[in-house]
Design a protein around this ligand. Structure first.
Ligand code: SF4
Length: 433
């Protein structure tokens, strides 16, 4: 892994054509700062990754002659979308014009060029191949969707997952459901008790960006949930069914329906894992789900510091301490506990966050960190949560190494593990998955 030398900056002509500028090595971004990226941190842009031109922005690079940082005046800044299963170490470094539009909800990793290839500073943090692009055959997905609609003609949730999620949003989880494998999504909630700045299912009208998905518009019944999840758990390889998806609000607001569904599912099958992806806001509801048979929880968060969490999540009627309590409850039932940790270089790897994370892992008995790329415009995010100085930073790579050394049993990844990994050998051979 890594390069012998720093790669060159990329720029765009504003018409979607991307070029390298060999007078400038690329710089990365950490918090509000442009920084040099160690050559050993670069990997080839993985299959499934893509490149973005950033309107109203100029890239920041390091002059190959003088070593000085300066703008690339040849065109627009370029960033990369790093695909699922990879954890990015640095964002794209750029300077924005005063009237630059807010960027949509994607991740903006540093991107560069050397010897005919694109590079990003990242690592494959998850060996599970469930969302690898090369694993999706669109004809097989379409055939699978037709089968689902035929088998469940009156099921509103299957219709939503088939037509909206698999075919329109191209959701990897919904497409895996249509292909009868691995993790099957169960969105349940049209409402939410948080108001995340970067919500992917609902953006306020006054914001200029849009949410990539529309929020579910109906309340599924327990019967509708059970009808397709039992066959999936019974027949899919490494089966997981997961409440809490990008196309809904907060599933815990529908805890009674989920409780009833879990009880009914477990009457029919003991197979697989029943998981919830959640903001973790209602510990009492989490307790009721554990009593019903919930196997695993993933709590999403941008930070394990209350003062950074609260201005981002803007919670209604719950507090940061509730998400800690929810994880502790699942841990007390022997369930699997993960955080869906939105990685923002300069914030996630700050000394303050590192210290808070050590305390958080000890207090919750956390089993796994899913190191997620944070899909958000960096200037907009830091502005919204009121951060002008991110403080001293370790580097995301070093943070991951330090936490791993201190907590050797803590697992790293990007996806909810199947019961085979939870109860068995966590390090699996995915070539034959
Ligand atoms: S918890 Fe989820 S659904 Fe609710 S506001 Fe945040 S991102 Fe949106």
């Amino acid at each position: 892994m890594g390069l012998e030398q720093s790669p060159y900056i990329l720029y765009s002509d504003g018409k979607g054509n991307i070029f390298e500028d060999i007078s400038l090595y690329v710089a990365g971004r950490s918090g509000w700062d442009a920084v040099d990226i160690p050559a050993e941190d670069w990997i080839e842009l993985p299959f499934g990754g893509s490149l973005y031109e950033l309107p109203g922005r100029k890239g920041i690079g390091i002059d190959v002659e003088t070593g000085e940082m300066r703008l690339c005046e040849k065109g627009l800044a370029v960033a990369a979308f790093v695909p699922p299963a990879y954890s990015g170490f640095y964002m794209a470094a750029f300077e924005s014009d005063a009237d630059a539009p807010i960027l949509p909800l994607f991740c903006y990793s540093a991107a560069a060029w050397l010897d005919g290839k694109f590079y990003v500073p990242a690592v494959r943090i998850e060996q599970d191949i469930r969302q690898d692009c090369e694993g999706y055959d669109s004809e097989k997905v379409a055939a699978g969707v037709n089968d689902l609609l035929k088998h469940y003609p009156h099921n509103r949730l299957v219709s939503h997952l088939a037509n909206n999620c698999a075919l329109t949003y191209q959701c990897p989880a919904a497409r895996n459901f249509a292909l009868g494998r691995w993790e099957c999504p169960i969105p349940v909630s049209p409402a939410c008790n948080a108001n995340c700045v970067g919500c992917i299912s609902l953006q306020p009208d006054e914001e200029t960006i849009v949410s990539p998905q529309d929020r579910l518009a109906f309340k599924p019944t327990a019967e509708e949930i059970v009808e397709f999840t039992v066959p999936h758990l019974e027949s899919a390889p490494y089966p997981i069914v997961s409440f809490g998806q990008g196309c809904e609000g907060e599933p815990l607001l529908m805890w009674e329906t989920m409780r009833d569904a879990i009880i009914e599912i477990r009457k029919h099958t003991k197979k697989g894992s029943i998981n919830i992806n959640t903001n973790g806001s209602k510990p009492d509801a989490v307790k009721a789900l554990c009593e019903a048979g919930l196997d695993s929880i993933r709590v999403s968060t941008n930070s394990v510091r209350k003062e950074i969490y609260t201005p981002y999540y803007r919670p209604n009627n719950y507090v940061f301490e509730d998400i800690v309590e929810s994880l502790k409850i699942v841990n007390s039932f022997g369930g699997w506990t993960s955080i869906n940790f939105f990685v923002f270089p300069g914030m996630t790897d700050s000394i303050a966050e590192y210290e808070a994370l050590r305390k958080f892992i000890k207090e919750t008995g956390l089993k796994m960190i899913q190191w997620r790329s944070f899909n958000i415009d960096p200037d907009w995010y830091l502005g919204k949560i009121g951060v002008t100085d991110t403080g001293e930073c370790l580097g995301v790579k070093q943070l991951q190494q330090l936490i791993r050394e201190e907590f050797p049993d803590l697992k790293y990844g990007y996806f909810n593990p199947p019961i085979e990994r939870i109860n068995g050998k966590f390090e699996m051979d995915f070539a034959h998955h």
